[in-house]
Design a protein around this ligand. Sequence first.
Ligand code: BTN
Length: 247
Amino acid sequence: MISSDDDGLAAPFRLFRHDCLSSTNDLAKELAKDGAESWTVIWAKSQKGGRGRLGREWDSPEGNLYCSIVIDVKGRLERAAQISFIAAISLYDALKDVAPQVDFALKWPNDLLSDGAKICGILLEREGDSLILGVGVNMESAPKTTLYLASSLADRGVRVEILTLLQRFCQRLFEWERIWREQGFSPIREKWLSHAMGIDGPVKVRLANGQILPGRFYGLDAEGALLLDTAEGIRKILAGDVFFSNE
Ligand code: BTN
């Protein structure tokens, strides 16, 4: 049963809480198809079919944050992928708000790490003129068997109410999205780069077709693609997984 609780988040956000869903992204997509407005937020305590990037599963026991936010991108569809960077820097700011003592770093395209281990994941999907921004934050627990090392806020000694983090995140997201609409991608790119991990260092990128490309993390292009300095010159990577030398 859906319950709407307008006290949970400040306007214009509209929060729908659930105990357990298959995937908050799936419900957000359905609502977007039925005309849900921008800033509709679906939050579940747990998920049975949580999904990650590139068709992976996202382990979703109780205790962590699982939410999906509908964002109307009519007229901005060609730049909509940049919202994943907006989400990453908003999560970064929200986490620094609640845990200023912890070091966090951003990893291309949209992971958030602490001490080299993944703490948050972002999954962006499209439904008509809306984007569905799915966010998972390991608060109480982290999965043991992942492609990357994973960690949780609890592992870092941080205990925060899930709703508190969600509120901070939505507030930051709203602010950064406005900056993006008014000033374009440049301030987002700058902020992302200022907290990015491994710039100028050696990396391997695994492309969606499985090919592994070694190189140096040269930076981000003006649209957010990863620039990889390889033996054959600079390559622009639009999708893939980045591995640092210690992974
Ligand atoms: C990743 O692979 O890093 C992205 C993980 C995204 C997980 C979140 S949890 C809330 C939302 N619902 C889902 O099914 N996935 C996203």
